[in-house]
Structures are given as C-alpha cells and as structure tokens.
Design a protein around this ligand. Structure first.
Ligand code: GLU
Length: 445
C-alpha cells in the first residue's frame, strides 16, 4: 500500500510556522516513503474562505519547495458530503436535534452542577415523530448529530503511541448545522476516504476529533487510516503561540529576508530529537525524517533562533545556490566576493551592503591619519590576491610599530567605513588598489 497523505489548511488566513510544521511532516513523510501528498483546501466556510488566502497559501508552499501531487477543494465536493449524510441517516447514525445553544448550555451547567461530565444526553433521540413535527411547526430547524457507538476507540498514534478513548465520555458530534452547512468532521472523513488517505498527520489539537472520526470512517464503510498528532508550538517563554503573532507568519519571514531553507530546516527540526541545524536542501531533511524523532513535548519557536539559523545557513551556502538572486539584487560579485562576505550576513540582502563597500564610492573614516598615510605609501602594486594583505600589513607594522587592534582598526575604518565586517585579506583585492589608495588618503572613493 503506498502512502497518501494530505495537508489540509482552511484558506481563512495565511500560513504560519505551526501550519508549516504540519505541511513539512506530511511532505517529508511522503517523500521518504515514495508516497503522495495532496493539498486540500478546507474551504466549506464560504464566508471566511477567500481566493486571496488560497493563493497566499500556494505561494508560501511553493516558496518553501513543498510540492504536491494534486489540489482538492472541499467547496467542489458538497454533493459527496450530501451523499454521505443520506447514507448515515438511513443507517440510523445521523439524527436531528433541536436544542438551541442556550438550551444546550443550560444542560451542560446542570450536569456540571451534579458533578457529571457535560456530555450531550441524546434527548433528541427520544423524540417521537409528533414531538419533532411540533418543534418544526414552531419554526425550529434541526442540526444533525452523529450517533456514536458507546465503545472504546483505540488507535496507535504515530507520535503519541497507543491512544484510548471511551466514546461514552463524548457527546455525539454535530456534523451538519441547522443552516445546512457542514462542520469540519464529515467533509474531512469523506475526503480522506475518497482520496485514499493512508495517514492523517496533523496537530494534536485534533486528537479529540479522532475517536469520532474513526467511528465515522467505519459508519461510512471504510477502514480508518493511521493517525499521527504532532505537538503544537510555544514561544520562547513556553506560552502557546497565536496565529496573529506576526513573527510566525511565513510571509513575514520571507519579507524579513529569511531563507526558505532556513524556515524549512527550522520548522522540521524544532520539536524533534534532532539538533536545530541548517540543511542545504530538502533532500537532507527527507533523509533525516522519522516519526520516532518527533517529541510529544511542545515545539519551541523562537524568532531569534530562526534568525541565527538563517545566518548559519547563509555561511555554508555555495555561490551557485545564491548566484541568481545576487544578480537580481544588482550584486555582480562572483564566487570570490561571495566567499568573502557570506560569513558576515544575517540575511542575503546584506550582501548588497558589502557589494557597495567594494564597488561604490564611500566616505572613509580616518581615525589615525599618520598610520593611514604610511599605509598608503606602502600599498604594493597590483595584481592583488588573498596574500596581499599579509604582506602589506606586515610592512606597515614594521614601518610604524603599530600592531593588533591599533593597526587593523584604522585600516578597516579607512577601507570600509565600518568597524566590523568580512576579513580584510578577502576584501582588499575586491576593493582594488586605486580605491584603497584614495580611501587611505581620506577621499570619497
Ligand atoms: N482544516 C483542518 C485544520 O486546518 C484540517 C485538520 C486535519 O488535518 O484533519 O485544522
């Protein structure tokens, strides 16, 4: 049996790091097993779902390199859900209930007051046809509940291990609202059956849905798939993260200049037993993927850690991996330039700053006039390479007696206008003799 999994966001917002963990786990598992990933848009809520959000989700997935075999829209499939509803009704597994939200709330309060769990009492199941007719004559429209079988439901969760739920402790879930719209449960199961989903992998906020869903698979005549529920994200202080937190928005990360591979590396390793480390491609993540590595403890999402990981990733990327994007930024430096500056970048955009330092006029900072004058006189003739700096700085040291920071800092400030940056032995040949000379003389060059 080949693996088929799905990533099923609702297009009611943009993706955040939590969604991307789910998407990645599904994607990596499919790739590792030679299976397929289906992208399913859970857009039954026509009011909150928008095409813009759907497009935004596609854009984020594409940026991260998360590809899928096909895209399915729940909004195209209402007829299938209606068929399932009929099937459940005729099997006596879907029954109309008429309580208003206020009446249900009152029942819950009474149960709690008596120390009982607030489970729906199935009063609607006991209604006679006359009583139902009377309620409908009063203008009440029914919502529809799935009658659970009161037995234990057990599954081997891919992340959490053996799970055991006593279905008699659960309320019969509402599948269809009074206005005829569907809650998420039924469409999801109908789709999982028809798309041949073998593994449902999602966040642990869905653990509570699993026992009713397993019964629903069975009521619709299908064998339930395997289930895996990964832990959710918390922030650096251990608090649950809200969707509205901008730091976890994928679009926000992209706009901040974070590399897609840094986001993928980070989201695929937090909450696992693997160290958080940069990976140069998704294949590496595929090779390392294993459900056994997923921790049950919450995954800590720390924007500062992601930024640090991004810098580490840039420091190891070869020129070929960034050449096209550098060109797009107007940075024409080649592999030598990249090799010189990559260790100093927080985001790729910073390469533009160093390109300007080596290629555009800048105002030098002259901290030690005498030293700079001597240094200018001692500049060797071109051609220059990585060994030039060593020869030149040794000569300045001998001529002036300056050494250590007193030698290097004035030279760095004069040559680059900055206190920190890439190694001068790498920058010097890129700056070139004419520009270096002028800058040491205090001229804008
Ligand atoms: N649309 C649901 C969600 O985003 C899908 C849950 C599932 O994977 O079953 O939470």
């Amino acid at each position: 049996m080949s693996v088929t999994v799905r990533f099923a966001p609702s297009p009611t917002g943009r993706l955040h790091a939590g969604n991307i963990r789910t998407a990645l786990i599904n994607f990596l598992f499919a790739r590792k097993t030679g299976g397929r990933l289906i992208f399913r848009l859970d857009d039954t809520d026509r009011e909150r779902s928008t095409d813009e959000f759907a497009e935004g989700i596609r854009e984020d997935l594409a940026w991260l390199g998360i590809t899928y075999a096909s895209e399915v829209h729940q909004s195209d499939r209402f007829a299938r859900y209606a068929e399932a509803v009929e099937k459940l009704k005729s099997a006596g597994r879907l029954y109309p209930a008429y309580e208003t939200p206020e009446e249900l709330e009152l029942k819950r309060k009474r149960q709690l007051a008596r120390g009982r769990p607030p489970v729906y009492d199935r009063a609607a199941l006991k209604l006679t046809p006359e009583e139902r007719a009377k309620l409908e004559a009063e203008g009440r429209r029914p919502h529809w509940r799935f009658r659970l079988e009161t037995r234990d439901v057990v599954w081997e969760d891919l992340v959490r291990g053996r799970q055991h739920v006593d279905a008699s402790s659960l309320s019969d879930p509402v599948l269809v609202r009074a206005d005829g719209t569907y809650l998420y449960t039924l469409p999801s199961v109908v789709d999982d059956i028809e798309l041949g989903i073998t593994h449902v992998i999602r966040g642990e906020d869905h653990v509570v849905n699993t026992a009713p869903q397993i019964q629903l698979f069975e009521a619709l005549g299908a064998a339930p798939p395997a289930f895996g529920h990964h832990s959710l994200l918390v922030n650096a202080d251990g608090q649950a993260l809200s969707k509205r937190d901008r730091s976890i928005s994928i679009k926000g990360m992209r706009e901040e200049g974070i590399e897609a591979l840094a986001v993928a590396s980070y989201c695929a390793t937090i909450g696992t037993s693997d160290p958080v480390a940069p990976h140069a491609n998704l294949d590496e993540l595929v090779r390392g993927f294993d459900f056994a590595k997923l921790s049950r403890a919450p995954a800590r999402f720390d924007p500062a850690e992601l930024r640090a990981l991004n810098a580490k990733l840039l420091h190891m990327l070869p020129f070929e991996a960034v050449a096209g994007r550098l060109k797009g930024m107007g940075v024409e430096g080649g592999a030598t330039f990249w090799g010189a500056v990559r260790g100093n970048l927080a985001v790729l955009g910073d390469a533009g700053t160093w390109w300007e330092v080596v290629r555009n006029p800048l105002s030098p900072v002259i901290e030690d006039r005498d030293l700079c004058r001597r240094a200018a006189e001692l500049l060797p003739p071109e051609p220059w390479d990585e060994t030039t700096w060593e020869r030149w700085s040794t000569a300045i040291k001998q001529a002036t007696g300056a050494k250590g920071k007193a030698l290097f800092q004035p030279l760095r400030l004069a040559l680059t206008g900055r206190e920190h940056g890439p190694e001068l032995k790498l920058l010097l040949p890129l700056i070139g003799r004419a520009r270096a000379l002028a800058r040491l003389e205090g001229k804008t060059a």
